[in-house]
Structures are given as structure tokens and as C-alpha cells.
Design a protein around this ligand. Structure first.
Ligand SMILES: [Zn+2]
Length: 515
């Protein structure tokens, strides 16, 4: 009887001691994250000072070096690990002007990896696409592009986003605009289809036929927002022009005005350059071969400065690591931070890491990835791991209400097949999760657009996420159990009608842009 009581008392004491420690640690994480937040400084250095991080650019490399030095300042060891090579390129001055029938400077940007014009640039008339009945009529018309700059995007009937129409238009006029736009889009798609090309490879056909430039406008359905990707040309300039300026030029051409623009788009071809992931580690004291991974892709497109894609995920993980190093410097498991390269071209950095480090993948206790904007984390899925509910639930219990009260969980969920770098680990069977954010109009306004800049960052939300990530990481490091990797039986895929299968690891592209 006495013995049982003693054991009971001991057990009570030890449970009490653990929970007391957890509470102290959570308080310390919160205090450090709020009172000594480095997020604004990190965002300034990464977005404003360093700039966008397109794979293969010197700015991508300088960002990797900045990350290593930042960790060094905090006493965290970090290194850049090469996983491949990429076409080296650097953006220069882009200046696009209308020079006839009057002069106006245009809002335009050269597309990524586009070769340079001379410093004098290219001055030429614009041409729009007529309607084609079939590929033969396209081939017959094609010589008309010789010496011209081809306008390859549809004229948008409105530059106002739908929310704006919804607020101010009459119902009838909003409906009318939408149906007109739908039919214009349908006609446009059919017309491109009739040429025998796609919108992806048609620019190459124009170039081959002697066009001297490509003008596009990829509107992102928000005021002032265009998506800026890569050029599909070998030698001639390809620029994206704002909806407002593109529409003006298009209407001028259609009305028969002698419309000329001048494109100066300078850039540097830097040959082939190495490409990296930045990996930081805080070694584990009890289970050094088990890993809690903080994950966020480091690269971006370069129309803006990659602030919400994925500057915010990046500074969340940097800040969480900084907080942990300060208040929890001796984690039981190893904390590893992965700042992946070339996510935007198909998760290349993270899938290379998975391929190159099977021993680390085998030791993953949990991975937390963040990559959909600046908002508070509101969704967490078990990614198809049958027992994710147990451990994620246990870890979330330690998180104060204010950081988790909006999080909707889905268990077991289904395994991610892409979208961001956690999918590289899920495919390899490692418990990897996505800390999914509130939108803040991510898809229209900041994702891959010219407006993805520092001013869109909502620092209080990012602070929330850094603290949440640090607490989950601490809990995952301390958990007495290694997490289960047992997979849930996947349901029938409604599209294929077949039983769902676990995704297979993708083969990374390790030699980018070098055909
Ligand atoms: Zn992203």
C-alpha cells in the first residue's frame, strides 16, 4: 500500500514538473517573440535590401549568404548546400515607352531570363492577332509579324476587380460584364487553339517569323496586379505591360493609329551557376539523428520582391529558429531549418534534399512548412498520416488559445501532391505538414505579382506564426515518442474513380534552363 502511494506521488510530481516546464517554455517563447521580434528587420534586409530571389540570379546567391550570416550572428550553424546548377541571369534596366502617336512612359517589366536588348533598345510598331480559322490561315498571316512587336494577351474588358463591380455596379450590369468577358475569353482561347500553338509556345513561333518583340499583359484580377513569369523567347525582348497601358495600346492599334513602342530591356547572361539550399541546424542532445524541420522555400519570382511568396514563410522560420536558440538552446532532437531553392520551378531544392539525405528523411520527427502568404495559420491537415491526430493534437495543446483558435484541423487528411516543399517529404513518407494561412487576397494581389512587396506583410500575423511554429517545434523535440508514419487508407479519387495512392517522390530538375 505504502509503495503504491509513493509511486503515485512520484508520478503526480513528475507530471506536474513536466507541465510546469512546458508552460515556462511557452511563456519564454512568447515573450521573446513579442518583446524582441526581429521580423521587421529581417523583412527589410531580405525584401528591400536584397530584393527578389529568382533561381540563377546573383540576388538569390546573396540572399543565401545573408541567411548563413544571419544565423551565424545568432550562434546557429548554417551552410549553403549545392544541389544543382541553373541558367545564370541578372535583371537590368527595363524601360518601355510609347513613342508614337504620342510619347508616354509605360508600366512594364522584362520577363525572367529574357536576353538583353542593346542599350538603344528596340523601337517598332505593335501588331494584334486577327482571328484565325485554322493553322493554315495562321501560317499565311504569320509573315506580318516581321519587324513588329506582337501583342499576345487578350484585351481585358475591365480593369476593375470583381469585388469592385459587386460593390458598385447594378446587378444587371455586373452580370452583363461577366458574360461578355466569358465569351471574349472563350473566343480568345479558341483562336489560339486554331493556330495550332499554345499560349506557351506561340511566342517562339512569332520570334522565328521575325517579330522583334513580345508584349503581354497577364492581369491578376486585382487593381494594378500582374503576374510576372518567364519569357518564351530566345533572342527578342518579351515584356509584361500593365493592364491600363496594354489596353490603351491595344485600342490604338485596333483603331488604326500608328502605334510604336520602344523597349529597352537590359539583362546579363551569366552562363551556368550553382544553385543551393541554405540549411541551419541546432543539434539535438538526446536524439541527434531525429529531426524537427522548419521549412520554407527561399526563392521567388521577380516581378515584386517575393514578400509573401515566400518572404513571410522564410522570416517565420528564421525568427522561430532565433527564438528557439535563445530560450531552448539544447533541444532533445535536432532542429533543422531548410530554406529551399527553386520551389517555383517544381520543388527542386527540397526534392533534391530528400534524394540526397535519406538518413535525415528517415529521422524526421515532423516538418512544418509555411508558404501561402502573410496571414495567420488557419488550417492544418494530417497529410494522410493515420496517427497525426495524436501527436499534432498533443503539441497543439501546449499552444495558447490566441495562436490556435482559428486553426481548422483535418485528420487524417490526404497526402499533399505538390503546392509546396512539404510535399517532397510527404512523398518520401516523412510526417510533413503545411501551416496554411489566411488569404489576405494572396491569389489575386501578391502571388507571383508585381505587388508582392514589403508593404503587404502583416507583421502581427507573421509574429503569431513564428511563435506558433516555435512552440510546435519545441513540443515535437520534447515528445517522448517518435512520431508514427503509418499511412491512412486513401479513399476513392472522385476524378479517376480509382483508389487513391500515396504520391511518389519527384525527380528534381538539377540543371535548370540549360537546353
Ligand atoms: Zn511559394
Amino acid at each position: 500500500m505504502k509503495k503504491v502511494l509513493l509511486i503515485g506521488a512520484y508520478f503526480l510530481c513528475s507530471t506536474f514538473a513536466i507541465s510546469q516546464t512546458v508552460e515556462d517554455m511557452v511563456n519564454a517563447i512568447e515573450k521573446e517573440g513579442i518583446e524582441n521580434s526581429q521580423l521587421e528587420q529581417l523583412a527589410y534586409e531580405l525584401m528591400d535590401l536584397n530584393g527578389p530571389r529568382l533561381v540563377g540570379t546573383p540576388e538569390m546567391k546573396s540572399a543565401h549568404d545573408w541567411a548563413v550570416n544571419t544565423y551565424k550572428k545568432w550562434g546557429i550553424s548554417a551552410e549553403n548546400q549545392q544541389w544543382g546548377t541553373w541558367k545564370g541571369w541578372q535583371r537590368g534596366i527595363t524601360h518601355v515607352d510609347m513613342v508614337s502617336p504620342r510619347v508616354a512612359s509605360l508600366h512594364a517589366t522584362q520577363l525572367a531570363w529574357n536576353p538583353s536588348t542593346s542599350s538603344k533598345g528596340v523601337t517598332a510598331s505593335l501588331i494584334t492577332l486577327p482571328s484565325f480559322t485554322d493553322s493554315l490561315s495562321f501560317v499565311k498571316w504569320l509573315p506580318n509579324v516581321k519587324g513588329k512587336i506582337v501583342m499576345v494577351s487578350m484585351l481585358q474588358p475591365t480593369g476593375r476587380p470583381d469585388e469592385n463591380w459587386e460593390e458598385y455596379a447594378t446587378k444587371a450590369s455586373f452580370e452583363k460584364m461577366k458574360s461578355e468577358r466569358d465569351s471574349l475569353e472563350k473566343i480568345w482561347r479558341q483562336n489560339i487553339n486554331n493556330t495550332g500553338y499554345t499560349s506557351r509556345n506561340i511566342n517562339a513561333a512569332f520570334e522565328k517569323a521575325g517579330a522583334v518583340g513580345i508584349a503581354q499583359s497577364r492581369w491578376s484580377e486585382g487593381f494594378g496586379a500582374n503576374k510576372i513569369f518567364s519569357a518564351g523567347t530566345e533572342k527578342i525582348p518579351a515584356v509584361d505591360i500593365s493592364l491600363e497601358d496594354y489596353g490603351m495600346l491595344y485600342r490604338m492599334v485596333e483603331h488604326g493609329a500608328d502605334t510604336k513602342i520602344k523597349i529597352v530591356a537590359e539583362s546579363k547572361d551569366l552562363g551556368v551557376v550553382p544553385t543551393f539550399n541554405t540549411i541551419a541546424t541546432i543539434p539535438g542532445t538526446e536524439f541527434p539523428d531525429e529531426y524537427v524541420i522548419l521549412s520554407a522555400h527561399f526563392d521567388s519570382w521577380d516581378g515584386g520582391t517575393g514578400a509573401t511568396d515566400n518572404g513571410t514563410g522564410t522570416i517565420t522560420m528564421l525568427e522561430a529558429a532565433r527564438i528557439l536558440k535563445k530560450v531552448y538552446p539544447n533541444p532533445k532532437r535536432t532542429i533543422l531549418v531548410g530554406h529551399w531553392g527553386s520551389e517555383e520551378q517544381g520543388l527542386n531544392g527540397s526534392s533534391s534534399f530528400v534524394e540526397d539525405h535519406p538518413e535525415i528523411v528517415a529521422g524526421v520527427q515532423a516538418l512544418f512548412n509555411q508558404d501561402n502568404g502573410t496571414g495567420r495559420v488557419v488550417r492544418l491537415s494530417g497529410q494522410g498520416f493515420l496517427h497525426a491526430y495524436d501527436y499534432l493534437g498533443r503539441w497543439l495543446e501546449a499552444v495558447p488559445e490566441t495562436y490556435k483558435n482559428e486553426i481548422e484541423t483535418t485528420f487524417p487528411g490526404s497526402p499533399g501532391r505538390g503546392g509546396s516543399d512539404y510535399a517532397s517529404f510527404v512523398a518520401a513518407g516523412a510526417p510533413a505538414f503545411s501551416l496554411s494561412s489566411l488569404s489576405w487576397d494572396y491569389w489575386n494581389y501578391t502571388w507571383h505579382t508585381n505587388l508582392d512587396t514589403y508593404d503587404k506583410i502583416v507583421f502581427d500575423d507573421v509574429r503569431n506564426n513564428a511563435i506558433l511554429t516555435a512552440i510546435l517545434t519545441y513540443m515535437a523535440c520534447e515528445d517522448p515518442e517518435k512520431t508514427s508514419r503509418e499511412k491512412a487508407v486513401l479513399g476513392i479519387n472522385p476524378r479517376s474513380g480509382k483508389k487513391g495512392e500515396w504520391p511518389t517522390p519527384r525527380t528534381p530538375q538539377r540543371k535548370g534552363g540549360q537546353d
